[in-house]
Each structure stands twice: as structure tokens, then as C-alpha cells.
Design a protein around this ligand. Structure first.
Ligand code: 13P
Ligand code: SF4
Length: 330
């Protein structure tokens, strides 16, 4: 089937079935265009959990579909591809526990640790964080959540993205370190796990210098998963939605170079918009989802085969809900 045929069939199935489709900004255009709602990870979780349809198809990466299932357990959540974010895959519960032990060995008692996990983590890691009284955050609210977490007077253990943790620390005038970088863990306010996003690691200070030299008036917008030195040299740092909003408010003549995933940057504006890298910054897992996968998921719901459904054990769901709901309370 070609894309036009698939689009017609998908639209027909959407009308027949009690289903909503959501898509993250990094999805391929043809998939993105089929969604009832699009957004950053926080907006998608909020919208999907409140949506009244019995079935949800989430076009994104695994932790995003899981977040909806944690928040709305009675909803059936499906993913056309259960693609796992590479950063989320960098930490599992065993690594999490090992890193808590490293802090304990350094003399920080478990009860003096306040964990905060970026939403880009598995339900199991969120459950561990929930059990320890901690929070989930996203790139759009990390500063707010860390501010709240610091009120406990405890050390923040931030997992898994070292860059987001370090960027927030710099923004708040706090001291951060990355576990294993040789820093005395006791001297840091925010202790970061050594995880990162391989897509956002592509952006370099040299890329910013290149564009500033070429177009002296250009603006630079980056995602907080970029390296701290890259964010420090940017004019704007924000979540995917925040970047879109920032750019929408600029005059079209204003040139801008953007440091985030290619699919999103490519559909931002018709002109004067550049990808802040000479290497195409594509997220391999976000790009796994195709129109055909979306069609197959709809068919499997129609035929009651329910393929690629997100299932989370009630034990993990309850504990991960604690960490997620603490974020929503704020
Ligand atoms: P946003 O929350 O900004 O959409 O980011 C999600 C993500 O995975 C970025 O790489
Ligand atoms: Fe994960 Fe990076 Fe892809 Fe975002 S861009 S989904 S953090 S691998």
C-alpha cells in the first residue's frame, strides 16, 4: 500500500474505533500528521491520560506510552512500535540501586537522598524513585521540580540525563557532578547519573560558532539534553514545545539554528531555520514508527488481537504513579 492508501484506511479506522492517536514532535511527518494531539512529553502524558477514548495509540518511544498507562490504568495503550529511547535504556533498576549504593559509600545516607528521574526512564526506575519519595520531571518543568525537591534539604540524585541535571544546576547557581567524574559527591547539590541522549550529544560549541560567524544576527535554540557548554552559548534553552513557541514568536526574517531532533526542526518554518549540526540529528527509535505500523495497530484493535499493548504490573504502576503524581501536584 502506498502512503495515500494507508492514510485513507487509517482515517476510516479512526472513525470506526473508540481510539485516539497522539504523536511526539520527533515522529516522521506522515505519522505526525495522523495524530489527534501532538506535543512535548509532558503535554502528551497530560492530554492522553485525560482523553475519554478507551484506546490510545501513542506514536513515540516506550517511556511515553508507559507514562499514560501509569496515569490512566483503565485505558488500553498501544504503540505502533515499542521503540525504547536510548537514554532511558541507559538505566535499569540494578544500575539505579548500584548508584544509590555509591552515594551511600560516599557517606550520604539513603534517607538523605531525594531522587528525581527525568520522564525518559522506564516504569521500573520511576517506581524505585517513587518508593524513595522522589519525583519525575520533564525537560519543561525540571527546574520547578528540582526547586521543590531541594526543599527537603536532601541531596538530589538526578537520573538518567547528566546534561539536563547539569544544565538545571547551572541555571539555579547550584553545584552538580556526574557520578564517577572524580568529584566528592558530598560537595554537590545535584548528583547526576552518567546517562545522556546520543542525538543531542551531536551539537557542539563549534556548530554554534560556525553559525554565529556565518550569520552574526542568528539566534541559537537548544534542548536541555544538549551539553552544558552548548546550552550556555545558546540564546534559548527549552523543551520541544517551548522551542516551538519561542520560534513562532520571532519575525520570519530572524534566522535561527536549532539543536534538537531533525523531524521537528524540519517542519518548524519554511525559511531562515537551520539544523545546528552538519550531521543529521535523527532519533533512530523515534523514526522506527511508520504509517504502516500505525495502520497495523488499528487493525489489531479492530480484530481484537491487541498487539503492542503496554502492560505494567500493578506493583510497578502504583509506585511509579507516586513519582509521576508528585510532579503533577506541582
Ligand atoms: P520533550 O519533553 O522536550 O518533548 O523531550 C523529549 C525528548 O525525548 C527529547 O529528546
Ligand atoms: Fe531518547 Fe534522545 Fe530520542 Fe529523545 S532524542 S527519545 S532522549 S534518544
Amino acid at each position: 500500500m502506498n502512503n495515500n492508501e494507508l492514510i485513507t484506511k487509517i482515517n476510516k479506522l479512526k472513525k470506526e474505533l473508540d481510539v485516539s492517536i497522539v504523536a511526539h514532535f520527533y515522529q516522521k511527518d506522515e505519522v505526525f500528521n495522523m495524530a489527534d494531539f501532538t506535543g512535548d512529553s509532558l503535554e502528551l502524558a497530560k492530554w492522553a491520560a485525560k482523553d475519554k477514548k478507551a484506546n490510545l495509540i501513542f506514536c513515540g518511544v516506550g517511556f511515553m506510552g508507559q507514562s499514560v498507562k501509569i496515569l490512566a490504568p483503565n485505558k488500553r495503550v498501544f504503540m505502533p512500535k515499542i521503540a525504547c529511547c536510548a537514554m532511558a535504556r541507559m538505566i535499569d533498576v540494578d544500575y539505579y540501586d548500584e548508584n544509590v549504593k555509591i552515594l551511600e559509600k560516599a557517606g550520604i545516607k539513603k534517607e538523605d537522598i531525594m531522587p528525581v528521574t527525568y520522564i525518559n526512564s522506564s516504569a521500573e526506575v520511576k517506581a524505585r524513585v517513587g518508593q524513595m519519595g522522589g519525583y519525575v520531571c520533564t525537560s519543561s518543568n525540571a527546574k520547578k521540580i528540582i526547586t521543590k525537591a531541594l526543599e527537603s534539604g536532601k541531596k538530589i540524585l538526578f537520573v538518567p540525563d547528566r546534561c539536563l541535571g547539569q544544565n538545571i544546576a547551572i541555571d539555579m547557581g547550584l553545584k552538580s557532578c556526574v557520578i564517577g567524574d572524580g568529584t566528592d559527591l558530598n560537595s554537590a547539590d545535584i548528583i547526576c547519573y552518567n546517562g545522556f541522549c546520543s542525538v543531542h550529544q551531536l551539537f557542539e560549541v563549534e556548530d554554534i560558532e560556525f553559525y554565529r560567524q556565518k550569520y552574526p544576527d542568528i539566534l541559537i535554540a537548544t534542548h536541555p539534553e544538549c551539553k552544558p557548554e552548548v546550552c550556555a552559548k545558546s540564546d534559548f534553552v527549552g523543551s520541544t514545545s517551548q522551542i516551538i513557541k519561542y520560534i513562532k514568536e520571532l519575525p520570519i526574517e530572524q534566522k535561527i539554528a536549532v539543536g534538537t531532533e531533525f523531524n521537528m526542526v524540519n517542519r518548524l518554518r519554511e525559511k531562515n531555520t537551520f539544523v545546528l549540526s552538519s550531521t543529521k540529528p535523527e532519533c533512530p527509535t523515534m523514526n522506527e514508527t511508520t504509517l504502516e505500523d500505525l495502520y497495523n495497530t488499528l487493525i489489531s484493535i479492530k480484530e481484537k488481537r491487541y498487539e503492542n499493548e503496554i502492560i505494567i504490573s500493578e506493583e510497578v504502576r502504583k509506585n511509579s504513579y507516586l513519582a509521576l503524581s508528585r510532579m503533577f501536584e506541582l
